[in-house]
Design a protein around this ligand. Structure first.
Ligand SMILES: [Zn+2]
Length: 452
């Protein structure tokens, strides 16, 4: 659905009669809508002040709002402060763009792009377009802006360079509607194709060429791309945030999912909804163990596959799976799940709540198992260390870590052991030579197998 104001702004900007606005507003009062679902139509609900895309006026509105947006962008680009911070002496009739995305928080990526043109260059930001905005949208927006620049002030060559092979191939393939229909970032591509169409009508054929990224070549496309890449990636660090540019809503599908917190969701709608649901659901699932600390703090060696893939009983894998999702039958989880008066206390008479941590780390009932695993661990670690000529300090550090693997020792992050969840601590081999790397992997495999 279109924001009506975009259309009214266009009407006013082009000095068209106010009566068009009045007529349009009256057609949007108290409009009953029904949603078609897999189970049939919903009950009707009333919507005010929103234009239905795909209606008879829709193509006209799209054309007007797209041309307004193009004009607005052209003005923005025309009145950029001069000189720009990135003045360069590359030939003035060449254009290039490049996008850059960085992860700012687990749920937010910042996407900027840079355009190099006419002896100047500038970055811009599209991070606010929504949670689906990423490098694809950044690259495509860069191509749209360079195309607009050529549309309004054609150059000698009209050649644009981009290192985004997917976009270059797709746009140059003169895609049919059915190919665009399911393409991610299709509103951006539709917009570019519309600009190219306009340019062709004015005999300014635009050609988009691919250039390889991150090369040290000295040819023109590579040099342009290096500059665009440098500006786009460094713009994330600029204290002055690059200008935000609007999303191309005018070329979106007739119905595009939108929420104020996630922006426009153009593609993979069902996956997006599944992700949202799983986020919401996981917030309600109690795992009955203390919050898991970030995995970067643990050893990153891939666990040995034997006990998970080849052992007859995949008991350890099942226990770990149950533990991670809070489904292991401890007294605590049973008493929380059932309202039958089950008590959370340890089955074996300890004055403690029986959660996985108590069972695997503190309960005296399991101490003999722990002690036996611990002495096997020390003995196999000593054998591995003996085979390797390690400095005494490193050797002692490794043995100290082995000693504390099943205990709340200082060597664990947060002084708390997590061995029962199938993780081990970073093995402290200060000397990262190739033979100690092999030793590190052997130790990690050995410790992992003995902890599970
Ligand atoms: Zn106990």
């Amino acid at each position: 659905m279109l924001e009506p104001q975009g259309f009214y702004d266009a009407i006013q900007a082009y000095h068209l009669p106010q009566s068009i606005i009045d007529l349009d507003q009256s057609s949007q009062e108290n409009v009953p809508y029904r949603i078609k679902t897999a189970h049939g139509f919903t009950e009707a609900f009333i919507v005010n002040g929103v234009t239905k895309q795909g209606g008879s006026l829709s193509p006209l509105k799209c054309t007007l709002t797209m041309s307004m947006s193009n004009r607005w962008l052209e003005d923005e680009l025309h009145y950029l402060p001069s000189p720009l911070p990135y003045h360069h002496s590359l030939p003035s009739d060449t254009l290039a763009s490049d996008g850059s995305t960085i992860q700012v928080t687990p749920n937010f990526n910042a996407t900027n792009f840079a355009v190099v043109t006419n002896g100047n260059a500038f970055p811009a930001s599209i991070s606010h377009h929504g949670s689906q905005t990423g490098i694809l949208q950044g690259e495509a927006y860069g191509i749209a802006v360079t195309s607009l620049l050529v549309l309004h002030s054609p150059l000698h060559s009209n050649t644009l360079y981009s290192n985004h092979l997917n976009s270059v191939n797709f746009l140059n393939s003169q895609p049919q509607n059915h190919l665009i229909k399911n393409k991610p970032a299709r509103s951006y591509y539709q917009w570019i194709l519309a600009i190219w169409h306009d340019a062709a009508l004015l005999n300014h054929e635009i050609s988009l060429e691919h250039c390889k990224a991150h090369t040290s070549d000295n040819n023109l496309p590579a040099t342009l791309n290096r500059l665009a890449d440098h500006i786009a990636s460094h713009s994330h660090l600029d204290p002055l945030v690059p200008s935000p540019l609007p999303p191309p809503t005018f070329s979106m599908d007739d119905f595009t999912l939108y929420s104020s917190s996630h922006g426009f969701i153009e593609s993979n709608t069902s996956q997006f909804i599944n992700n949202l649901l799983s986020e919401v659901a996981s917030a309600f699932v109690d795992t009955y163990h203390s919050p898991f600390i970030p995995s970067q703090l643990f050893d990153t060696t891939t666990p040995p596959s034997y006990s998970y893939l080849h052992a007859f009983s995949s008991f350890s894998a099942v226990v770990q799976l149950y533990l991670h999702c809070g489904q292991l039958d401890t007294s605590l989880s049973l008493s929380c799940c059932f309202s039958d008066g089950s008590q959370p206390w340890c089955h074996f008479g300890c004055h403690a709540i029986e959660d996985a941590y108590h069972i695997f780390v503190h309960c005296p009932r399991f101490q003999p198992h722990c002690d036996s695993a611990s002495s096997s661990l020390i003995s196999s670690t000593t054998t591995l260390l003996d085979a390797c000529n390690l400095p005494t300090t490193s050797r002692q550090a490794v043995l100290q870590q082995a000693n504390g693997l099943f205990l709340d020792a200082d060597t664990w992050p947060g002084q708390k052991t997590y061995y029962y969840l199938g993780v081990i601590l970073h093995i402290n081999l200060e000397d990262p030579k190739s033979h100690t790397k092999i030793l590190g992997t052997q130790l990690a495999n050995n410790w992992h197998t003995l902890s599970i």
